[in-house]
Design a protein around this ligand. Structure first.
Ligand SMILES: C[S@@+](CC[C@H](N)C(=O)[O-])C[C@H]1O[C@@H](n2cnc3c(N)ncnc32)[C@H](O)[C@@H]1O
Length: 334
């Protein structure tokens, strides 16, 4: 299914991660981080107090020698990392809100950014829930292949996931700055062209902090994904875009009134892309891609794009969506 080079790299990175997991008596993801650290630090095993022992160190160094010889390109590294992390999450299941965004969805983000920023040589991008980084790295490595340089920022509250993102960013060599902090909070970066995110779904526990936002709900806790959309769009330049993976009930939930009120003076809803149901394990877990544009600059309300993609594997269906998007873009002067 994958080119031999990717298969070989997958086996090597997986074996190294599992070996270090055992040596450290930790979980798979800690092993992955340690292994990735060795790869980044010159394809050599870090030994502390004779751990790992000589035999394991020799074996690991042999894996790294083979991995280095494969001379992977950035997008190949990204693919291999994704496959190894997916394998790891089979043995150590992650909660739904922590799972990486599959590249079948990431490629749609790439297409949207490429189209919305056509003609630009550089784009600044923020992912304010970067997790293990697969979505943002899919975007960055594929924009680079299309001749667009991405300068990116990633934020996450989870230390382990953010460290994995850091390892993957170093392996792929992308231009990415990471922030370990709550995405519902101020960020010390200049406004970006576009904000993206596969948003966690659920309630945000800190009502005091949530009260600073227009989408604050006076009843119960506010939805975390609402606050992350509002904060994300604050970080975007005037007329810039926000592309988010959100629950399908975004505009019909009990807190959708606050979302619509926020939209009135902050952002235009320019598009909704429905994704195939079979991508998600349960009906509740289903998500759409929404496209917001911040008020200001040349931005104005377009005819809202409503597209339904019922397969991400059949090229003809994807081509149809691309055509629909290009027509919409032309008709609305984007
Ligand atoms: C579905 S995952 C994102 C997956 C990511 N796109 C990837 O490809 O790996 C959602 C992420 O949101 C993060 N998260 C949850 N609440 C957050 C908050 N308040 N601020 C920042 N990140 C948050 C979680 O730690 C998790 O990594």
């Amino acid at each position: 299914m994958f080119p031999e080079k990717i298969e070989q790299a997958y086996e090597l990175l997986l074996e190294g991660s599992q070996l270090l997991q055992n040596v450290l008596e930790s979980n798979f993801f800690e092993g992955y981080i340690e292994n990735g650290g060795n790869v980044i630090e010159g394809y050599t095993t870090k030994v502390v107090d004779d751990v790992p022992n000589e035999e394991t160190t020799t074996h690991l160094n042999e894996l790294y020698r083979k991995l280095q010889a494969l001379d992977l390109a950035p997008e190949e590294w990204r693919k291999v990392a994704q496959l190894v992390l997916l394998k790891g999450s089979v043995t150590e299941p992650l909660q739904a809100n922590h799972q990486l965004t599959p590249d079948s969805i990431g490629f749609l983000f790439v297409f949207l950014i490429e189209q919305l920023y056509a003609g630009k040589k550089e784009v600044t991008i923020l992912d304010n829930t970067i997790g293990m980084g697969n979505l943002l790295l899919t975007v960055l490595t594929n924009l680079a292949l299309a001749g667009i340089k991405g300068e990116a920022y990633g934020v996450d509250v989870d230390d382990t996931l953010l460290t994995i993102a850091a390892v993957n960013a170093d392996m792929t060599g992308v231009d990415l700055q990471l922030f370990h902090q709550d995405g519902v909070g101020d960020l010390k970066i200049e406004p970006v062209d576009v904000v993206i995110g596969d948003l966690p779904v659920g309630y945000y526990p800190d009502d005091k902090k949530a009260a600073r936002y227009q989408m604050f709900s006076k009843v119960g806790h506010t939805y975390a994904h609402h606050l992350l959309i509002e904060q994300g769009m604050k970080q975007v330049k005037e007329g810039g875009f926000g592309i988010f993976l959100v629950p399908t009930n975004l505009f019909s939930s009990e807190q959708s009134k606050q979302l619509k009120e926020w939209m009135e003076n902050s952002a235009y809803l320019q598009g909704i892309i429905q994704l195939p149901e079979n991508l998600f394990k349960t009906e509740n877990a289903q998500k759409n891609i929404v496209l917001f544009q911040k008020h200001g600059g040349d931005a104005k309300q377009a005819q809202v794009l409503v597209a339904s993609l019922n397969s991400l594997t059949e090229p003809t269906k994807i081509q149809l969506f691309f055509k629909q998007f290009l027509n919409w873009k032309e008709n609305n002067n984007f």
